[in-house]
Design a protein around this ligand. Structure first.
Ligand SMILES: O=C(O)C(=O)[C@H](O)CO
Ligand SMILES: [Mg+2]
Length: 278
């Protein structure tokens, strides 16, 4: 099954998030596992525990493309677990994190960096945090453009990450618009959008000009598409008819074995026959 390239004429491209999929094997073996399952592209949040040369070798040996990495964040549970981009008192730390992310992106020939926004601490008004985020994204986008990298911004639902700065697609789009240019786009994670707002098809249509990357998981439970409430055949058909040409990141917790759970890729991506739905 060719999971990573356009699936059987679907016109859609899926990449495996190795931070979530193929957890049955150690990280360095997930590249071969993804390729064996048919993926040709991968993404993961944190490459920073590994030397770029090792990552490059694992990608090359498995014949994979690096599609996206995240900017570095602090330890889980720390004030910077969501990043430093909106924190006025951490501008030096933020700029160092962007430089590191871009170094890795260039080494891995990775076109996208997800710039985490961060969580404003108590006492920092959200509008001040937003203003700092816009200024930092603008600075980072200028630097990223010189490296041939595009930044993407992702809204995260407030149940999973309480207080995170970007909670709605409209907020992400507002920052992209405020920075302007082509150096920044939206990462529309359909799991977070469904958890926070719903109305997936209309938001895909509204923000399509700004969407540079999509991620998928079902709701509730963040498992494979088809395990929850989202009508994936309709959503993937909407992505196709809207002309979405980016990758779709599979960022979910497999209900069972990763490879055994990939049947949804063909089940939901065949072009729809609307003759039955006039
Ligand atoms: O949490 C998510 O949905 C993300 O995509 C973040 O980048 C963490 O992986
Ligand atoms: Mg995501």
């Amino acid at each position: 099954m060719t999971a990573g390239v356009p699936v059987a004429g679907s016109g859609l491209r899926f990449c495996a998030n190795l931070g979530w999929l193929f957890g049955e094997v150690p990280f360095e073996q997930r590249f071969d596992a993804a390729a064996a399952a048919g993926f040709t592209g991968v993404e993961y949040g944190s490459p920073y525990e590994y030397a770029p040369a090792d990552l490059r070798r694992w990608l090359k040996d498995a014949g994979l493309r690096q599609v996206l990495v995240n900017s570095p964040v602090g330890p889980a549970g720390s004030a910077t677990e969501g990043g430093t981009a909106c924190l006025p008192d951490r501008i030096g730390e933020f700029r160092d994190s962007v430089t590191k992310a871009l170094d890795y992106a260039v080494e891995l020939d990775c076109p996208l960096v997800h710039l985490r926004a961060g969580t404003p601490p108590a006492g920092l008004p959200r509008d001040a945090a937003f203003a700092q985020y816009v200024a930092n994204v603008d600075w980072a986008a200028r630097l990223a453009s010189t490296a041939g990298v595009r930044l993407v911004l992702e809204a995260i639902n407030s149940r999973d990450l309480p207080g995170y700065l970007l909670q709605t697609q409209e907020q992400s789009a507002a920052v992209v618009a405020a920075v302007g240019g082509d150096g920044v786009g939206m990462l529309l994670d359909l799991y977070h959008c469904q958890m926070s707002q719903g109305d997936l098809s209309t938001r895909l249509e509204t923000f399509m000009p700004l969407i540079a990357h999509v991620q998928v998981a079902d709701v509730p439970g963040r498992a494979e598409p088809g395990s929850g409430e989202i009508a994936w055949a309709f959503v993937f058909d909407r992505l196709r008819t809207l002309g979405y040409a980016g990758w779709i990141g599979c960022e979910y917790t497999p209900a069972g074995g990763t490879a055994d759970g990939l049947g949804w890729l063909t089940r939901f991506t065949a072009p729809r026959d609307d003759s039955a739905h006039p």
